[in-house]
Design a protein around this ligand. Structure first.
Ligand SMILES: Nc1nc2c(c(=O)[nH]1)N[C@H]1C(S)=C(S)[C@@H](COP(=O)(O)O)O[C@H]1N2
Ligand SMILES: [Mo]
Length: 322
């Protein structure tokens, strides 16, 4: 089996942070290009101020955090992607069998413009933005990852959801030829997730195409995944091939398997324990420490995004709707 080979980074002298900052400069230049991945380098304009500024407005919106980043090696080798196996290193060790070009997404349900659309068309004209988000897994570990992507709401609006669209359902590819883990009966394939429409339209919700200034690796959900930073990681569905607007709360993979343990909302909440473990703290896999020595830190309500998202749940009993 071909092992995942990490990218070539000159070792020793250069820190991960320096490498990352350099990529961010490149990324800013890319963002100045008119459309995703279509940048003519020779004619690249100077980056727009917004792409470089680490402004207070961005911080207030929750779009970035100054907490130490998870190392690229950790974010790309410690993964949950059951389609490629259940152990943390299975997805990164798996052969590169996922075919991401061409990639098409079927959009249907309660919308005015349903259709089957290629990835490039889906994202055409939208600028990839960088968002540095905390990612908190329901298992009790967390990371800080610089994602690249576009706000999901900007993509969804193109399909003109009707007033009947109360939820959005997402489906991952399920092809045993490309995904060896599918042969194991761990969850009922395909992996499915969903959001209420207001959650889907929230500016923090990202449709990600990259991380650390480069395209998403297979193990992180290439070529297109969700990132919903105030919810447990299992909501952030990978390798999306279908999006459906619906009037009913859709069935989701983990909820269908174990409804008493995994709710539809899955908002990060230190006060609502998982039936088998506490959610009060998390192991933060970030900075220079190896993940074996990851620091244990308090878990925050809505993963620290309460200021941005608490209004979505006003009046809702978060213990009942876990
Ligand atoms: N299709 C699919 N999406 C998935 C999963 C999965 O097994 N299959 N695992 C989820 C879980 S539990 C987590 S914590 C995150 C992990 O994302 P990462 O590997 O990029 O950190 O992906 C989520 N998305
Ligand atoms: Mo997770």
């Amino acid at each position: 089996m071909a092992r995942f080979r990490p990218p070539r980074i000159p070792s020793g002298a250069i820190t991960d942070e320096a490498v990352y900052l350099e990529r961010r400069r490149l990324l800013a230049a890319l963002a100045a290009a008119p459309a995703l991945g279509l940048g003519g380098c020779a004619e690249a304009e100077p980056p727009p101020p917004a792409a470089r500024a680490v402004g207070t407005a961005e911080a207030a919106a929750g779009f970035r955090t100054d907490e130490p980043l998870t190392r690229y090696e950790d974010a790309t080798t410690y993964n949950n992607f059951y389609e490629f196996g259940t152990r943390k290193d299975d997805p990164s060790r798996a052969p590169r069998t996922l075919r991401t070009t061409p990639w098409t997404v079927v959009v249907d349900g309660e919308c005015g413009r349903p259709g089957r659309i290629g990835l490039e068309d889906l994202l055409r004209g939208l600028r990839p933005e960088e968002r540095v988000y905390r990612l908190r897994c329901v298992e009790g570990w967390s990371m800080v990852v610089p994602w690249l992507g576009v706000p999901l709401g900007m993509v969804l609006r193109r399909f003109q959801p009707t007033s009947k669209a109360k939820y959005v359902a997402f489906t991952t590819l399920a092809d045993p030829e490309q995904m060896p883990g599918i042969r194991q009966r761990t969850i009922r394939w395909p992996y499915r997730e969903g959001l209420r429409i207001d959650e889907a339209m929230h500016p923090l919700t990202l449709l990600a195409t990259g991380l650390y200034g480069r395209p998403l690796p297979q193990q992180n959900g290439a070529p297109l995944r969700l990132v919903v930073p105030w919810k447990y990681g299992f909501k952030s569905i990978k390798s999306i091939v279908a999006i459906r607007f619906t009037g009913r709360m859709p069935e989701t993979a983990w909820n269908a398997l174990q409804p008493s343990e995994y709710g539809f909302f899955a908002n990060v909440n230190p006060e609502v324990d998982h039936p088998r473990w506490s959610q009060k703290t998390e192991r933060r896999i970030a900075g220079t420490r190896s993940r074996l020595f990851a620091e244990r830190i308090p878990t925050r309500l809505f993963n620290g995004y309460a200021e941005q998202v608490a209004p979505l749940y006003a009046g809702m009993d978060l213990r009942r709707w876990y």
